[in-house]
Design a protein. Structure first.
Length: 522
């Protein structure tokens, strides 16, 4: 049986065949947006789960920073209520009490230098315990990202404080969205780089922290059997789908500025694409992995040429907006009826596009990406559709010819399945598609950590593999910005153009049908 041990050096541990359980070094996590929704829903629950799993150092502290006028004990009470009401965790009293004893709260205006002086004093007080290691988390509205970074720089908080150990570090996690187009992302990045070095910046994309997305790397690079067929010779096309049955809920204001292309495709789906399409890295370490992802991102070609006008655009990208409809049998409002949404909104809640990758591996293999709100069900997957056999010899059977598909289910019902044709038992020759299935739940039985749990631990440990590097983000914006501009400059389409609870606008089906293909209905 493998021993379980905490080791600082993963390479040493791997060669010794030991299971690695990583623990965070002593540090303070400073959460800007401490009273906000993201902290209550995701960050605090993730930190609590890490505390429960004994992954945090005993010398650990949380400082919540926000404009809400709370004191330390109100912060503790609010966080506990959030844990119970929003994440469904019923905290164990002993674990919670030890965890919450390390909470501090700083309230003030994020634009006020006085707030950062207060924070500096707090961090100096904690430094003798935490070694002076600090992880800032920007969980505020994006308009404050550069403001906060600038203020941190002016207060000297971008580097370890007095009393910190000589090896102390300072890092910053930046939530999405990282800009709203290429130009604004560059401005934001420049603002961050004036204060923090690239190695200190951890741009989060929570899709990269999902177990099933991380497993795509293992599936591809820990198995020999798939590599020889993972290319244009055997693969017909790839479909990446992130469908949600939820609408925009209370985020109409944000969504009016964002839309599906910015909110999901530019980041989450593009990241999944890189994991599917990248070459094997020379080592399983942050920089070699991110280098390969960046290389493939650089080879992605938008098939949209702005000079060719609207007709060309429709062949490579489709947008939609949901109208009223039914989800799981219950009536729901259309997007334009949602709170904080304009009655004549032109914002897309569904986007689908076709991309190509100019590399020897992928030349000629289209990648179709789609994401939408108010689809019939919540499902995210990457499906690799293989080419059909060169000769179909079962002409005289009643078989519908189904190509082989390898579907990687990101959520829910996490797993991988391979569809292939089989003979139906009997004296006649009849064929039917069957599935070979791997299911996380039944194979491992262990609950999967939330993406934020993995990513927070990674940032504390200093592993940036699952965070997006600037060159990658810049390329993703360079690809999507012309399309955003074309859509935003176009006459309002006939919105709404799909009913809530359907798989998107008819144009999305026509768009694939024009290539002789069809969307999966996962
Ligand atoms: C967020 C988007 O990044 O991802 C949301 O802003 C979306 O609009 C969410 O609902 C989806 O994440 P998940 O993990 O629920 O698939």
């Amino acid at each position: 049986m493998a021993a379980t041990i905490s080791l600082p050096d993963p390479a040493q541990a791997l060669s010794a065949g030991i299971r690695i359980e990583r623990t965070a070094p002593p540090c303070t996590v400073v959460i800007f947006g401490g009273s906000g929704d993201l902290n209550r829903r995701k960050l605090l629950p993730a930190l609590y789960s890490l505390a429960q799993a004994q992954r945090l150092a005993p010398a650990f502290a949380v400082v919540g920073v926000s404009s809400t006028a709370w004191n330390d004990s109100q912060f503790v009470d609010e966080m506990r209520a959030g844990l119970r009401d929003l994440s469904g965790i019923n905290p164990d009293d002993a674990v919670w009490n030890a965890f919450a004893a390390r909470f501090h709260y700083c309230s003030g205006d994020m634009k006020d230098p006085g707030l950062y002086q207060k924070l500096a004093a707090q961090l100096r007080e904690l430094a003798p315990h935490t070694g002076g290691n600090v992880l800032f988390y920007l969980a505020t509205p994006p308009s404050l990202f550069a403001v906060i970074a600038g203020q941190l720089g002016r207060a000297g908080l971008n580097r370890p404080q007095e009393g910190a150990s000589p090896s102390a570090w300072t890092r910053i996690i930046v939530e999405k969205p990282f800009g709203r187009d290429l130009a604004s992302a560059r401005v934001l990045n420049q603002g961050l780089h004036e204060v923090f070095a690239e190695e200190q910046i951890f741009r989060i994309d929570h899709y990269l922290g999902k177990e099933t997305v991380r497993n795509i790397l293992v599936f591809r690079f820990a198995n020999g059997v798939f590599e020889p067929i993972w290319n244009r010779r055997y693969i017909d096309h790839v479909q990446i789908t992130v469908a949600e049955s939820l609408g925009v809920e209370q985020r109409g204001g944000y969504y009016e500025e964002a839309g599906a292309l910015r909110d999901m495709i530019q980041n989450h789906l593009m990241q999944v694409l890189t994991v599917i399409a990248m070459e094997a890295p020379s080592r399983f370490e942050a920089e070699p992995v991110r280098d390969e992802k960046t290389k493939v991102m650089n080879a992605v070609r938008s098939l949209f040429d702005p000079r060719q006008g609207d007709a060309a655009l429709q062949k490579v990208a489709v947008r939609g907006q949901y109208g009223p409809g039914f989800i799981h049998g219950a009536p729901v409002a259309g997007y334009r009826q949602e709170p904080d949404v304009a009655a004549d909104s032109n914002r897309e809640t569904f986007a689908a596009l076709k991309l190509g990758i100019e590399s020897w591996r992928w030349a000629g293999v289209p990648f179709y990406l789609r994401s939408g709100k108010r689809m019939p069900r919540r499902v995210s997957e990457a499906a690799i559709q293989f080419k059909s056999p060169p000769v179909w010899m079962f002409r005289h059977t009643e078989a519908a010819i189904e190509p082989n598909v390898l579907a990687m289910r990101i959520q829910p019902d996490e797993g991988i399945s391979l569809r292939f044709e089989a003979k139906v038992p009997g004296t006649d020759m009849r064929l039917r598609s069957v599935h070979m299935d791997f299911n996380y739940g039944s194979s491992f039985g262990e609950p999967q950590p939330e993406a934020y749990e993995t990513l927070l631990l990674d940032a504390m440990v200093g592993d940036s593999m699952l965070f997006t590097r600037w060159d990658m983000v810049e390329t993703a914006w360079a690809l999507t910005t012309p399309l955003l501009e074309a859509w935003e400059g176009q006459r309002a389409p006939d919105f709404p153009n799909y009913a809530a609870g359907s798989w998107g606008p008819a144009a999305a089906d026509e768009f694939l049908a024009a290539d002789g293909r069809q969307w999966r209905r996962p």
